[in-house]
Design a protein around this ligand. Structure first.
Ligand code: 3HC
Length: 311
């Protein structure tokens, strides 16, 4: 029996309430949530590849252990988010098929290569830092299961960001070669990290509706600005230079000004023409196929357990 709360969807949103799986909700709201949560989950899983590349090459056992824990966390984030998406009546296998056949997206940022160990630091500091800025407001998303998944994910993200900062701090206070490696990583990851927040507000087709539904609490540009304001002082503490000479504090605005972003790069990467798109998808599809036997064994075991409990 469908559980009908006395309050309507619109009243629930007007009271800043939480929509739960069995509440009435517009189909378009459901579709937007499936789109965003599934793509968020895909991003977490694909995001394991660039950093995973350095687990066997980490410079010390301590760094290896930390990186393994972080990559394992990302897998967990993906699973929480697929579980949140499934509360909307979709099947995870279908979402994965949509990812593998290019009908669903994942974050542009994971299509860049990790060329040196310093990239692991830049990803932790910048990419997870940007993810925190984007994900904290999602803890107040109008859809209950997504908001609750975010609370736990955000707690783990702060560890991710701090370990990245620490890697870069170690390198930027190391030998000249280490300093150069850290600076090179920041030079390559800064602009793609700003692009993670999406297209500019005047070119963001989903934002207006997502904000009206309480899914998106702040616009792409607002969160991007918040990330720049948070990160510039941290770069100074690291002794690293952000690759944008236009960055300057604007007393009047109370924010840092920064240079124009080349959004054609974002749209090209989203279209599949980034440095690593093909490699990332080929690896993902191969891993999925290699894992078929595990899924079959788990289903067979579950069927046996079910038969036993009915027997
Ligand atoms: N990469 C890939 N696609 C992107 C993108 C990006 N950086 N930014 C925008 N897009 C896509 C959108 O998905 C949308 O396409 P679609 O309609 O087919 O889904 C299109 O470009 C237009 O963008 P909009 O701004 O209109 O779309 P949204 O309102 O959905 O905003 C978003 C985009 C800000 C990414 C929003 O979807 C969001 O906040 N998602 C949840 C957070 C998320 O997915 N983060 C990705 C990184 S996960 C991560 O970093 C994990 C950490 O542990 C490292």
């Amino acid at each position: 029996l469908r559980y009908r709360r006395a309050v309507s969807f619109d009243d629930l949103l007007a009271d800043d309430g939480r929509v739960e799986p069995r509440d009435e909700m517009p189909d378009a709201y459901r579709r937007t949530l499936v789109r965003q949560i599934a793509q968020h989950a895909h991003s977490e899983i694909i995001g394991m590849q660039p950093e995973g590349n350095w687990i066997s090459r980490a410079p010390s056992l301590r760094r290896k252990a930390i990186l393994m824990a972080k990559v394992q966390d990302e897998a967990g984030h993906g699973l929480y988010l697929y579980a949140a998406a499934e509360t909307l009546g979709v099947d995870r296998a279908d979402l994965l098929d949509q990812l593998h056949t290019g009908r669903q997206k994942y974050s542009s940022i994971f299509n860049y290569p990790t060329l040196t160990w310093a990239d692991v630091g830049a990803i932790g500091w910048l990419v997870d830092g940007a993810a925190i800025v984007n994900q904290v407001p999602l803890c107040r998303c109008s859809y209950g299961p997504y908001a609750r998944a975010m609370v736990r994910i955000c707690k783990e993200e702060s560890f991710h960001q701090r370990q990245g900062f620490e890697i870069l701090h170690t390198l930027s206070h190391g030998t000249p070669a280490q300093q150069a490696m850290a600076q090179d990583a920041v030079d390559r990851y800064w602009w793609p990290a700003l692009m993670m927040f999406g297209p500019p507000d005047d070119d963001s087709p989903n934002s207006e509706q997502s904000m009206a539904w309480g899914i998106k609490r702040f616009s792409n540009d607002e969160l991007r600005q918040r990330f720049v304001d948070m990160t510039v002082p941290q770069a100074e503490a690291l002794g690293l230079t952000l690759p944008d000479p236009a960055i300057a504090w604007n007393e009047e605005r109370g924010h840092y000004d920064f240079g124009p972003i080349d959004f054609t790069e974002l749209f090209e990467v989203i279209r599949g023409n980034g440095p690593c798109n093909r490699e990332r998808m080929a690896h993902k599809v191969q891993a999925h196929e290699d894992g078929a036997w595990v899924r079959e064994a788990a289903s067979a075991y579950a069927a046996k357990q079910a038969a036993r409990s009915e027997g």
